[in-house]
Write a protein that binds this ligand. Structure first.
Ligand code: NDP
Length: 419
């Protein structure tokens, strides 16, 4: 029996909300609140005839703490699920603290305006000290740890697939499969084809910022940064086949490095087709990925936001996308004094997802873990005061829930390794 406030009603949120409504005995009441209320109303209307969960909707600008506080106070939820954008992480955390409510999200904080001088000064300092230059990092949200501890509240960060399930896979490997882990390679393969020359699978602004940033990995506790897309490997993915993949900076490397300091190397690879890379490079070269506003005919335009308006809405890719995703982690290490390798992953079919919830697999593989993370918090299995990432909780009930609600794990004890 619980009341949950979901903020955001985009691609990922709509999957998470539909999955919550499949577990009505836990998610008894849900309020969907977003900037555009009509989207929340449309989803609530679609779900009303097929779920026992009592759904209401609200309009909120999650950039404004006062508006959030008013909404939380009037709805009185047990948990706020932030499935808006990473830009809103801190305002929503502030509102949760002010109202004494638990918090979760699917991606770590980054600022909307990376030219903001106050933010930039802190960012430049971090680049020098930490050794990686991505716009997003955990420092902003980890800084809330004491506040959440003192309030007796839990904040769960980054509970999608990657970040999210990939960290649960790491916690599972450490708990059940290894005495010591030496290396972790996280492999994110999207073998889906939507038929467009160029489109992003989730919010284009967030996606393009992530992909155009320099790559980095952790070796012996230190960041190694390399130019974007400069490390390429080929891998033969189960049920997808041979794909090119590129080393990226990814947020879970940072938390895994902190929580598993004994691991000697942590890397993240994502597959990209040549057409995607060619388009991205060209857009970047002409300045279309810039977040700095320009003045065009008397109107201020942020190039990457204008680009977003031109690109296909990720939510519209669902009916067109065919093929499968394969996301997981390959570990090397030792068990009982012997060297060991282990691969744990999930394969998800775009068309199956579309049949079930009307979305492609990228939104599905993020929305289902968000629901399962909320389920862990609401059933008291993942509650401890403070701010935590997924690998800091018991992975077993979470992976069982993922098996049950649509993202079952596969295992391989003799995987091909990535050199
Ligand atoms: P979308 O752009 O599809 O949806 C974002 C939603 O947030 C929209 O409903 C939007 O409203 C709403 N929103 C944006 N700004 C505000 C605001 N100021 N106040 C209230 N609502 C707002 O994004 P996605 O669904 O693709 O992504 C959602 C989150 O999931 C992102 O944080 C993304 O980084 C994360 N993600 C995580 C992954 C993982 O594996 N961990 C993978 C993929 C995504 P409106 O309709 O008005 O625009």
């Amino acid at each position: 029996m619980s009341k949950v406030l979901v903020i955001g009603c985009g691609g990922v949120a709509s999957v998470a909300i539909q999955k919550c409504c499949q577990v009505s005995d836990v998610f008894t009441e849900l309020c969907i609140a977003s900037r555009t209320k009509s989207k929340c109303d449309a989803l609530a209307e679609k779900l009303a005839p097929i779920t026992k969960t009592k759904i209401t909707t609200a309009q909120v600008d999650a950039d404004k703490v006062d508006e959030l506080i008013a909404l939380i106070k009037s709805y009185q939820p047990d948990l706020v699920m932030n499935i808006a954008l990473p830009y809103q992480d801190l305002t929503i955390m502030d509102a949760c603290l002010a109202c004494g409510v638990n918090y979760m999200d699917t991606a770590n904080y980054e600022p909307e305006n990376t030219d903001d001088p106050e933010w930039r000064a802190i960012y430049e300092k971090r680049c020098k000290e930490a050794g990686f230059s991505a716009y997003f990092d955990y420092s902003w949200q980890w800084a809330y740890k004491k506040k959440f501890e003192d309030a007796g509240l839990t904040a769960l960060l980054g509970c999608g697939f990657d970040p999210g399930v990939t960290q649960a896979y790491c916690a599972y490997a450490a708990k059940h499969e290894f005495d010591t882990i030496d290396t972790i390679d996280i492999l994110d393969c999207n073998g889906g084809d939507h038929g467009y020359a160029f489109a992003t699978n989730f919010n284009p602004e967030i996606n393009l910022r992530e992909v155009s940033a320099p790559g980095s990995y952790m070796e012996n506790g230190r960041w190694v940064e390399v130019p974007a897309m400069s490390i390429k490997r080929e891998y033969n993915f189960d049920q997808v086949g041979e794909k090119d993949m590129y080393l990226l900076h990814h947020e879970e490397i940072e938390s895994l490095g902190k929580n598993f300091p004994e691991v000697k190397r942590i890397r993240f690879f994502m597959t990209f087709g040549q057409s995607y890379l060619d388009h991205m490079r060209c857009l970047e070269d002409v300045g279309m990925l810039s977040t700095t506003p320009i003045n065009y005919n008397g109107q201020e335009i942020v190039p990457i936001q204008f680009l977003k308006a031109l690109l296909p809405d990720p939510a519209s890719l669902g009916p067109r996308t065919k093929g499968k995703t394969n996301i997981g982690c390959i570990f090397t290490g030792t068990k009982d004094g012997k060297p060991k390798t282990y691969y744990i992953y999930n394969v998800c079919d775009h068309q199956e997802c579309y049949k079930e919830v009307g979305s492609q697999a990228i939104s599905y593989t993020t929305g289902v873990p968000a629901m399962c993370g909320a389920l862990m918090m609401l059933t008291g299995q993942w509650t401890k005061p403070g701010v935590y990432t997924v690998e800091e909780f018991n992975p077993d009930p979470f992976l069982d829930a993922l098996d049950k609600y649509g993202l079952p794990r596969s295992e391989n004890r003799a995987p091909a390794l990535v050199d």
